[in-house]
Design a protein around this ligand. Structure first.
Ligand code: NAG
Length: 243
């Protein structure tokens, strides 16, 4: 695939070196030339501790849009004896508009819009993060529990006029420990343990097939010192980091 393009994407659109731990690429072997109307990223966080700090995310780009969009999962502490899973859906593009109650303007102190929802979810289930076009340049992010079938809207935003569909050439994803953002001095040994499986993306868009996650790799400033291990599993990769 287009490793050079992928490297450029990875360099420009992923978390700061301080909080970044693991990156991956994803692509589709076949896809319509104008892109996808929808994309689904499945994740499993069965063995992730129920603590705040990690973000498991995939990035995607739209045609004629400069900055990336992200969707993914963040573990949260249990509340009233129930497990809590937070799902995020953000656009980093200036001019993105939203009126959805789960969303606010701005993303990581930059332009865009960011949406999040928390559910009482079972960590052992695999969750689909679905992004789909809902008309014109408007997009909806939805969290789907693949065991119960329960669907929860994360949020909706509208990209600037003239923007296109979801591009599939050599995009990326990541594991970050966002507690380290703005904390330049941290010891790699202090990274708590976590684990997540990133599964191959799928799309219902006619002509799209062969979505895969690949080339999972460590990056950031704790390479070789973050307790990283990678296991290929059917349909994806299981990633462990921390201690
Ligand atoms: C892309 O993001 C950067 C960093 O937040 C921001 O400065 C820039 O204005 C954004 N570009 C567009 C086209 O939204």
């Amino acid at each position: 695939m287009k490793f050079t393009a992928a490297a450029a994407v990875l360099a420009s659109c992923v978390p700061s070196l301080a909080s970044a731990l693991v990156g991956n690429y994803w692509w589709f072997d076949e896809s319509p030339s104008d892109g996808l109307n929808d994309i689904t990223f499945p994740f499993n966080i069965a063995n992730a501790p129920h603590k705040r700090g990690f973000y498991f995310a995939q990035q995607f780009d739209f045609d004629n849009v400069k900055n990336g969009s992200y969707t993914g999962l963040q573990p949260r502490p249990d509340s009233n004896g129930k497990s809590v899973i937070r799902a995020v859906f953000s656009s980093f593009e200036g001019g993105t508009t939203t009126a959805h109650p789960n969303c606010h303007y701005g993303a990581d102190n930059g332009p865009g819009a960011s949406c999040a929802v928390e559910i009482n979810g079972d960590y052992s289930h695999t969750y689909n993060l679905v992004t789909e076009n809902i008309g014109g340049t408007a997009w909806r992010g939805t969290l789907v529990d693949t065991v119960t079938g329960t669907s929860t809207v994360i949020g909706e935003w509208t990209l600037p006029q003239g923007s296109g569909k979801i591009l599939v050439d050599a995009q990326s994803g990541f594991v970050e420990y966002f507690i380290w953002n703005g904390q330049p001095s941290h010891t790699c040994k202090s990274l708590p343990f976590t684990e997540a499986t990133f599964y191959n993306p799928t799309s219902k868009t006619p002509g799209a097939s062969g979505g895969e996650v690949a080339m999972v790799h460590e990056y950031g400033d704790c390479i070789g010192r973050a307790g990283y291990s990678l296991t290929e599993v059917p349909g994806g990769y299981d990633i462990k980091v921390g201690f």
